[in-house]
Write a protein that binds this ligand. Structure first.
Ligand code: AMP
Ligand code: FE
Ligand code: FE
Ligand code: ZN
Length: 288
């Protein structure tokens, strides 16, 4: 592997563009990543592959390696789990169907959340649409941006700590498939699945479920992520060792939408190689 390696690190495998809730178009995400010293990246917008084309030309222009990816929303017993998917066939029927179901609910859910917020604040659905780029996957960050534009809050951070926090009662849960279905679909589409920030803000999936996911083809776990707790990282390292899982580290960059900076966590060459070797869906975009 190492001697035939066609790509260079450092590698950051979790970045968002304005095709979901990042603040920069895909090409700018890649140039920012390049400026931060990265040479291999994955674009992983929430529930969309719409940024792949633009990211591919940017990677070619910059001489970077791109692993096209997506952060798949999933839900287990009321808790949200994000599943990173790399190098899968983007035309896989099952993935397309599930993804469109999530994206449709993202729209209708956001509209219903705005209706809830409107009972107490001046906020219109058009304010949210004004914050959304083209057909971006809509989420709470766009509602936060609309509230900033209206002067209701000063930052996404403040919005998430207050009005957009579930305890305030305005939020409605998003439809998303069971993580086991997502892992099956990603594997069937030739992709590699990696649980995003497994020990982050959301409750970690129960260990028996994670072990079930491994049996269904889960590729790895994202351990290097600012939201994972130190205790969670220890548990995940032990799990990865026990099951020989791929281990990644990433920034989860969202442009100016989050403080996370490109390359603040990276993935080792050996683990990038494992993802590339395991995938059968599509090839990475290599520098020519
Ligand atoms: P949603 O997709 O509607 O469930 O919103 C979740 C998204 O909001 C995640 O993808 C995060 O990127 C973003 N997010 C969560 N918490 C924060 C925060 N405190 N500040 C900025 N963005 C956040
Ligand atoms: Fe996000
Ligand atoms: Fe996430
Ligand atoms: Zn993310």
């Amino acid at each position: 592997m190492a001697n035939t390696q066609r790509w260079n690190g450092p590698s950051d495998l979790h970045l968002h563009s304005s095709r979901s809730d990042g603040t920069q178009p895909p090409a700018e995400v890649l140039s920012s990543a390049y400026e931060y010293g990265l040479r291999t990246v994955a674009l992983t917008d929430h529930d969309t592959t719409a940024g792949w084309e633009e990211a591919t030309s940017a990677a070619r222009d910059l001489g970077m390696t791109l692993l096209p990816g997506m952060e798949f929303s999933t839900r287990y017993q009321g808790g949200s789990t994000h599943m990173l998917a790399y190098l899968f066939d983007p035309d896989h029927d099952g993935i397309l169907a599930e993804r469109e179901k999530i994206r449709a609910d993202r729209l209708s859910r956001a509209e219903r959340i705005v209706r809830n917020i409107r009972t107490d604040y001046t906020l219109d659905w058009d304010d949210v649409l004004a914050q959304r780029t083209e057909d971006a996957s809509v989420g709470r960050p766009h509602i936060a941006d609309a509230m900033i534009a209206r002067g209701i809050v000063k930052s996404r951070e403040e919005a998430f700590a207050g009005i957009l926090h579930p305890r305030m009662g305005y939020i409605i849960p998003l439809y998303a498939p069971d993580p086991r279905d997502a892992v099956r679909l990603i594997a069937d589409a030739g992709g590699v699945s990696v649980i995003a920030h497994p020990a982050g803000r959301n409750r970690m999936l129960p260990m028996p479920i994670i072990e079930e996911l491994i049996g269904l083809g889960l590729g790895g776990v994202e351990i290097g992520h600012r939201e994972n707790t130190p205790e969670g990282k220890r548990v995940l390292h032990a799990l990865a060792e026990r099951h020989d899982l791929i281990v990644t580290g990433s920034s989860d960059y969202h442009g100016s939408g989050k403080p996370n900076l490109p390359g603040e966590n990276t993935t080792s060459d050996a683990n990038v190689a494992r993802i590339i070797d395991r995938a059968t869906g599509i090839d990475p975009v290599y520098p020519t």
